[in-house]
Design a protein around this ligand. Structure first.
Ligand code: FUB
Length: 456
């Protein structure tokens, strides 16, 4: 059995153990996506927005049987918009399984999404590349075949960067670290595929999930280390191809409830962020992972501090304008919901039941205040109500926390037959608030789908 298969066998054992002993679940805002299980986060800043490209762990999975990749974005680091899944195994005629870790980069106005998947051509894992004119797709296979494969199972987890001199590099691999030099077209490479020695001790050995980071005049290779359960470690070099000096741990093992970890770092609007994944959502674990983020401060010499997982996540770095259409799939937290997407509506929120809710943080209503609230909703049944709470949800048997407004949604004849519903707000909402939309109705059935909302 090769190292890859050994790694996976150990992973299955760890997962089984965590199921046996049970995992404590959190409902805080980190992980920052609650509508689906998401994994292997890869951040990319583009203008005013930070995008995160993720995998999608299947509900109830007993392995990484992943079929699509997903995209989320934010301008303020707490309210995340779900852009759905603009790339899936079906996007690649040669891929038939394991839509694993990926990363996207922009060059010459196009977005290149490097992925790995199981190849029906070679029978191993292969590196592929998709391209789009926007960061959220639609993405198409850029070359109609794998960018690199030999039939080896090693070829997973691509990471990409463009150096100051314009040379782009692609790295990948488990349990070895491979690289190639990409051509300027970003969809072909020149020269041989090489292997890098990351120079670690056995305890911290390179395992998978590389992330290349260029900071100052140093190159940092960040990776999942030590076999499963994984921690995140890094090595430093003066060149993109080494020699590498092992620098230590960034995120220690433990506290994530996931036996894998997979990281990506980025600077955005003057802050430094470390993305990783955990198994902390209800029903999650080693094969039901969720992307999370921590803010960190780099040491003066460019090295990383130790970063520990938190349930709180990061502070907002902006406010949300409620007087523009806000997609219902933009939120800082939600309970009980999923998102769907159709060609007509795009992404919308589904699976609302009595007691479910959406939280949107740091909403700035200004001093004039909001006097009306509208939502685009659809229901094949009888609908229900959306209650708006400011800064606090009512507790159990709490009669003193009153909604700022209640909007009734009636049946529209279909889960995707959207109609605009509006209600007045008696006392204008002013200032900056965390807004909760609480859904109420008959206990049991789904209530309604939500496309967008807006205050006036
Ligand atoms: O998500 C599937 C695999 O698990 C990734 O490719 C690895 O990095 C690990 O996170």
């Amino acid at each position: 059995m090769d190292t890859f298969k050994l790694t996976r066998t150990a992973a299955t054992l760890v997962a089984a153990l965590s199921m046996t002993f049970g995992v404590q679940q959190s409902s805080a805002e980190n992980p920052f996506v609650q509508t689906w299980f998401t994994s292997d986060p890869a951040p990319m800043a583009d203008g005013d927005r930070l995008y995160v490209y993720t995998g999608h762990d299947e509900d109830g999975a007993d392995f990484f049987w992943m079929q699509e990749w997903r995209v989320y974005s934010t301008t303020d680091m707490v309210n995340w918009t779900d852009h759905g899944s603009p790339l899936a195994l079906e996007s690649f005629t040669w891929a038939d399984d394991r839509a694993w870790a990926s990363q996207t980069i922009k060059r010459n106005g196009k977005y290149y999404w490097y992925i790995c998947a199981h190849s029906k051509i070679s029978g191993g894992m292969a590196i592929g590349v998709a391209v789009s004119k926007t960061p959220y797709g639609p993405f198409v296979d850029a070359i109609g075949k794998p960018l690199y494969e030999t039939g080896s199972w090693d070829f997973i987890d691509p990471t990409v960067f463009i150096d100051n001199d314009g040379q782009a590099y692609l790295y990948w691999g488990n349990p070895r670290l491979y690289y190639c030099k990409l051509n300027e077209d970003m969809i072909s490479y020149s020269g041989e595929v090489g292997q890098l020695d990351i120079n670690t001790t056995d305890q911290d050995r390179y395992t998978e999930g590389p992330w290349i980071d260029h900071y100052g005049d140093k190159y940092y290779m960040i990776y999942a280390a030590g076999g499963v359960p994984e921690h995140i470690a890094y090595s430093e070099s003066d060149t993109p191809l080494g020699p590498w000096t092992y620098k230590g741990t960034i995120m220690p093992e433990g506290g994530t409830q996931s036996f894998t970890n997979h990281s990506g770092v980025i600077d955005f609007k003057g802050h430094s962020y470390f993305f990783y994944h955990t198994g902390k959502l209800p029903g999650g674990g080693g094969f039901g992972r969720s992307v999370a983020v921590e803010e960190y401060k780099r040491n003066a010499d460019g090295s990383f501090p130790i970063i520990n997982p938190t349930d709180a996540g990061v502070e907002p770095i902006g406010t949300l304008n409620p007087y523009q259409r806000v997609e219902a799939e933009t939120m800082s937290f939600s309970k009980g919901l999923h998102s769907q997407q159709t060609a007509k509506t795009g992404v919308y929120i589904s699976d609302t039941h009595n007691g479910d809710y959406i939280k949107v943080s740091n909403v700035d209503f200004g001093q004039k205040g909001a006097t009306a609230f509208s939502v685009s909703a659809a229901s094949a049944l009888r609908g229900g109500t959306v209650q708006i709470y400011l800064d606090k949800m009512p507790g159990v048997r709490d009669r003193s926390t009153k909604p700022a407004a209640t909007l009734e949604i009636t049946g529209t004849g279909g889960w995707e037959k959207f109609k605009k519903f509006t209600t007045k707000i008696e006392e204008p909402i002013k200032g900056v608030h965390n807004v909760y939309f609480l859904f109420q109705g008959r206990k049991g059935p789904e209530l309604f789908s939500l496309d967008y909302w807006i205050f006036k």
